[in-house]
Design a protein around this ligand. Structure first.
Ligand code: GSH
Length: 200
């Protein structure tokens, strides 16, 4: 299998954690791509041009990080990280959706801030930043129990905690603003798969 992605992608990190958890590194060759700078390296395997993409040996492309993570867990990990049925499954999938929403809104804020100042929309930034703030506050309220089970939902939270404080200055002081999440982040970093994939 080939995994198209890059080390900076918070979505891709979720897949890397699953690869570590199930000892799949020998089965997955990494193809380092930057879809914005070099879309032609990605578009032949996915017209959307988004990473991560897992290309199976028969050429089938599995797309979207939650689907790739579930594919690897179900096909190679005995579904240890995402039950096939039952409430725990739907809770984990909902957690993933919230975390992906945080990451998506954070990327929109960051990309807007990287535009020339005169072209930036303060409304657009505030609209998306509010999504991040509200959902981070919700996670903070639940932080003590978020690692009770370690599943794909927990992995998604770990990837949010590795990304948002690095990318949005509003969350740089996580220990002051979100002490529960800061403590959770440290607990999650005890797990080798999380520590090994933590961005530099
Ligand atoms: N829902 C997708 C989002 C993937 C995504 O947006 N990836 C970013 C990189 S972190 C990307 O490829 N951006 C390029 C683009 O949007 O064209 C997933 O979970 O895999």
């Amino acid at each position: 299998m080939r995994l198209f992605g890059n080390a900076m992608s918070p979505y891709g990190r979720k897949v890397h954690v699953v690869i570590q958890e199930h000892g799949l590194a020998d089965k997955v060759a990494l193809v380092d791509v930057n879809p914005r700078q070099k879309p032609e390296a990605v578009i032949p395997v996915s017209a959307l041009g988004k990473i991560p993409i897992l290309v199976l040996d028969d050429g089938t492309a599995i797309k979207d990080s939650p689907i790739i993570a579930e594919y690897l867990d179900a096909e190679f990990g005995g579904s240890k990280l995402l039950p096939r049925t039952g409430l725990a499954r739907w809770k984990a999938l909902t957690r993933i959706a919230d975390c992906d929403g945080i990451i998506e809104a954070s990327i929109l804020v960051r990309n807007e801030r990287l535009r020339p100042e005169a072209q930036q929309s303060a409304d657009f930034i505030a609209w998306n930043l509010d999504k991040v703030k509200r959902t981070m506050a919700e996670l903070e309220a639940q932080a003590a129990g978020l690692d009770k089970n370690f599943d794909l939902g927990t992995i998604a939270v770990a990837c949010v905690l590795g990304y948002v404080p690095r990318r949005l200055p509003e969350f740089e002081g996580l220990a002051n603003s979100h002490p529960g999440l800061a403590a959770l982040r440290q607990r999650l970093l005890q797990r080798p798969s999380i520590a090994a994939t933590e961005p530099a």
